[in-house]
Design a binder for this molecule. Structure first.
Ligand code: GUN
Length: 297
């Protein structure tokens, strides 16, 4: 199989260069610097590394970033107060509360506290609802990044069978919606599989486009893929590896070696969907700053 490995890093770098020039233009024309406020509660290593990457990308794009890293024993009231502070801060156009939160904090209460006009993750009920009925909203970053990758790779989605493995609020549910909606990069027939699905392989083998966001390595192997399918691997799993300085290697949810023998196009991990997620966060933050300039933020 002549398989294309889709380079998310390169795609993301091109989009980020374009975003950086639009940031510079907004600054020059309106004196406004798009700002992202980031709240990280606790010291989960994966969350810490995502947040660091998001902040670095923000700064590279010429945006302002405010970093609030607080201990794991932060109370729910304190967490809500951090969000409310950012809601009221005019320098901040986008707020990101890194998930998951420590168990003693009610995640939905904290998400609900984010002002919808600053919800650049697209996680608040207002944004999710707007997305579902096709109104102007911030699209969640990973699903939006996946659609952008498909579009830029020239993948035809209309009329195809897309199978999504995973039903999380962050990826599975919204990406299924975006693939289904009547829009560019959508109009597919969508099947959603999850831990209650019997005979997962029977479904994945029917997919023209297979999006795997299960959070478990080797959920999909080459034998479960239809020859010529497009495979988008959303997984980021840390596999212990004593030969690495950091003690682990990253692997997706798809067994890359066997899958690349069957798929026509596949995203690697790392360097696939991950860089696009961060890029769409910058995109949404820029858009929020633009709306604030127009007075409809
Ligand atoms: N945790 C895993 N993915 C995400 C994401 O896209 N946004 C936030 N806020 N937390 C996450």
């Amino acid at each position: 199989m002549n398989t294309t490995i889709l380079d998310g890093k390169k795609l993301a770098a091109d989009m980020r260069a374009d975003i950086a020039s639009q940031v510079a233009q907004l600054k020059a024309e309106h004196g406004v610097t798009p700002g992202l406020g980031v709240i990280l509660i606790g010291v989960d290593p994966a969350s810490t590394s995502y947040v660091t990457a998001k902040e670095k990308a923000c700064e590279e794009a010429g945006m302002y970033s405010q970093d609030l890293r607080v201990p794991a024993n932060t109370t729910q009231e304190e967490a809500l107060a951090l969000v409310q502070g950012m809601n009221a801060d005019p320098r901040i156009h986008g707020i990101l509360v890194q998930l998951p939160l420590p168990k003693h904090i009610d995640e939905s209460a904290v998400i609900n506290a984010i002002a919808p006009e600053k919800d650049v993750d697209g996680f608040t009920p207002v944004n999710v609802g707007r997305m579902m009925i096709g109104q102007t909203c911030y699209l969640p970053c990973t699903p939006h990044g996946i659609i952008q990758m498909l579009l830029k790779a020239g993948v035809q989605t209309s009329g195809k069978h897309a199978v999504v493995v995973g039903r999380s609020n962050i990826v599975g549910k919204p990406v299924a919606h975006l693939l289904m909606r009547k829009a560019e990069g959508g109009n597919a027939t969508v099947t959603v599989c999850h831990t209650g699905t019997r005979d997962l392989a029977a479904f994945t083998r029917e997919a023209d486009i297979l999006v795997v966001a299960a959070g478990r390595p080797d959920t999909v192997t080459g034998g479960m893929i239809k020859p010529g399918a497009v495979v988008i691997d959303v997984g980021v799993n840390r596999i212990p590896d004593a030969t690495k300085k950091c003690g682990f290697r990253l692997a997706g949810d798809v067994d890359f070696e066997s899958a690349k023998e069957v798929a026509s196009l596949i995203t690697p991990v790392p360097g696939g969907v991950g860089p696009m997620t961060i890029t769409m966060l910058l995109y949404n933050t820029l858009e929020s700053a633009r709306r604030a300039c127009k007075g409809d933020g």
